[in-house]
Design a protein around this ligand. Sequence first.
Ligand code: ADP
Ligand code: MG
Length: 313
Amino acid sequence: MPETMIKADGLVKIYKSKQTEVLALQGLDLEVEEGELTAIIGNSGSGKSTFLNMIGGLDKPSAGSLHVGGKNLFRMTEGELVRYKRDTVGFVWQNNGRNLLPYLSAIENVMLPMCLSGTHKRRAKAMELLEQVGMGAKKHSRMNMLSGGEQQRVAIAIALANSPKLLLADEPTGSVDTRTADYIFDVFTELNKGGQTVLIVTHDVALSKKVKRVVAIRDGKISSERVLKEIYADRLKESSIDWRKEDTQEEYAIVDRAGRVQIPAELLEAIGLKGNKVSVGVHDGKVVISNPQEKEAKEKEEKEHAEGKGKSK
Ligand SMILES: Nc1ncnc2c1ncn2[C@@H]1O[C@H](COP(=O)(O)OP(=O)(O)O)[C@@H](O)[C@H]1O
Ligand SMILES: [Mg+2]
């Protein structure tokens, strides 16, 4: 049985300033198992980075709890949190500036975070990681001589330097072209095949369609989840497939612990809903949400029909 890697329960985050309050997370629940590669999608401002930063130990919630690798993140002492950030999670950002030193070589950059292991091991490990991300041949290149995509791959190697249980990436392909994005994404997929648990925030529709599990955040909570269809699982590298157009995933709405479901606006439009009231009932073993006006009209019609029959007898 795989272990639970991430368990988020009712996470709430309120950013307060003098003038305003922003509700960035509104009771977010999510479980991720060890060995999963999960993508998080959602509009700008929906709370993706807030959530990822919390898992990375960089931010604290206003309410709720978060366990990573069985540890309660918000019950840690300062020392435990420092160790957690160093050893349990690795972080890749869209902007590399935060993790890379421009005048050092790729291999020196990867060795930097490994300050506790011996020199010989550090170099060997850094080399191994650079090979893993396809940057072995450029190990001695200075960071400022590398392309954006290459820098991003070095950033992934750095994030892996202390063998984190969990690799987090916030829009890692956000500032590179499509081909480079594909390549970077393949690196994450390969790492995951080797057992690495990965959580990626992405805007890229084509990439998200290649992921086994995609969770969508809307207004600070998980609104729906997509799961890769079996028939696509072995075809992820096929370039003949137009991933943008293909319907590769099954989509599910998420029911939270209070029984709440978010219904996409287009579905509500499709039933011609005007106000904010819907009829909910069970018909033929299915929960049916319908437009109450429609229901009234139908009942009226049925009644008239029955009365009509009664008269004709
Ligand atoms: N440090 C902050 N102070 C105030 N508001 C913030 C801060 N960080 C994020 N927010 C707000 O919280 C909401 C969610 O932001 P974020 O998690 O960055 O969204 P996403 O990554 O999905 O684009 C947004 O409305 C954003 O403006
Ligand atoms: Mg963000």
